[in-house]
Design a protein around this ligand. Structure first.
Ligand SMILES: Nc1ncnc2c1ncn2[C@@H]1O[C@H](COP(=O)(O)OP(=O)(O)O)[C@@H](O)[C@H]1O
Ligand SMILES: [Mg+2]
Length: 214
C-alpha cells in the first residue's frame, strides 16, 4: 500500500486541490484509492460528496481522519492524505510517520515563500526526511509566468535543494474540479489540456523511484 501526503503549514496553497487530483489520477488508473482528510474543514470529504453526483467514474473512498482512526481495507492500493495548515514541530514528525511521498505546494507570493522557507527548514530536520524514508517534491502552484514574484519563487525553489517536480498555472480547471468533484483528467479535455500537460512531470516523478523511500 502506498502513502502520499500533501502538506504545508500555510493555508490556501493548494493542498486539497493536489490531494484530490492525485487521488483521481490513480483511481482512473484502476487503483483502490482512499483520501484521508486530516483537516476538520473537511474540504476533501466535501469534494468526494460532490463527486457522488456522477456515474461512470471510479469510486474514491474518504475517511474523516481528523476524528476517526485511519483504518482502511486491505485491498487499498493508495492512501492520499490531506493535512491541515498550521502544522509544526513534533506534529510534522508524527504526520510523516507512515508517509512515503510528500508533496508540498507553494504559491508565488512573498508571504507564502517566507512561510515555505520556515516549513522546509522544519521538514529537513525531520528524521524521516533525513533518512530518505519520506521523499519530498515541491510544486509551484497558481503560477502566472513572467511575473516578478514567480521568478522569486523559482529562485527560492532552486535554492531549497528539494526537487521542484511541477509548475502548475493559475487555472479555472482547478476551480471546476473543486466544484464538481471531478479530477482534471475527468474534465473535458478541451478545457483541461494545458493543465493535464503540466501534471505530466508531477506524475512522472510520482511514478519514479525518486519519490519512493530509499
Ligand atoms: N492552480 C490553481 N489555479 C486556480 N485556483 C486554484 C489553484 N490551486 C488551488 N486553487 C484554488 O485555491 C483555493 C485554495 O486551494 P486549496 O486546495 O483549498 O488549498 P488548501 O487545501 O491548501 O487550503 C481553492 O479555491 C482552489 O480551488
Ligand atoms: Mg485544504
Amino acid at each position: 500500500m502506498r502513502t502520499i501526503m500533501v502538506m504545508n503549514a500555510k493555508g490556501g496553497c493548494g493542498k486539497t486541490t493536489l490531494a484530490t487530483n492525485i487521488a483521481t489520477f490513480y483511481a482512473d488508473d484502476g487503483q483502490n484509492v482512499v483520501i484521508a482528510d486530516f483537516d476538520p474543514q473537511g474540504s476533501s470529504i466535501d469534494w468526494l460528496t460532490a463527486r457522488e453526483d456522477y456515474t461512470g467514474i471510479p469510486e474514491i473512498s474518504g475517511i474523516e481522519a481528523w476524528h476517526k482512526p485511519l483504518n482502511v481495507p486491505d485491498s487499498t492500493d493508495l492512501i492520499v492524505m490531506d493535512v491541515p495548515a498550521g502544522i509544526h514541530g513534533k506534529d510534522i514528525d508524527k504526520a510523516l510517520a507512515q508517509v512515503q511521498t510528500l508533496v508540498v505546494p507553494v504559491l508565488p507570493s512573498a508571504i507564502d515563500i517566507r512561510a515555505a522557507a520556515r516549513f522546509l527548514k522544519e521538514l529537513k530536520a525531520s528524521g524521516r526526511v533525513c533518512e530518505k524514508r519520506t521523499r519530498i517534491g515541491l510544486v509551484a502552484n497558481r503560477v502566472r509566468e513572467n511575473t516578478h514574484v514567480f521568478h522569486e519563487l523559482e529562485n527560492f525553489l532552486k535554492k531549497s535543494k528539494i526537487p521542484c517536480v511541477a509548475t502548475l498555472r493559475e487555472s479555472q480547471t482547478y476551480i471546476r474540479s473543486a466544484e464538481t468533484g471531478l479530477g482534471l483528467y475527468e474534465l473535458p479535455p478541451s478545457s483541461a489540456r494545458v493543465d493535464v500537460d503540466q501534471w505530466e512531470s508531477l506524475m512522472r516523478w510520482m511514478n519514479s523511484k525518486r519519490s519512493m523511500p530509499r
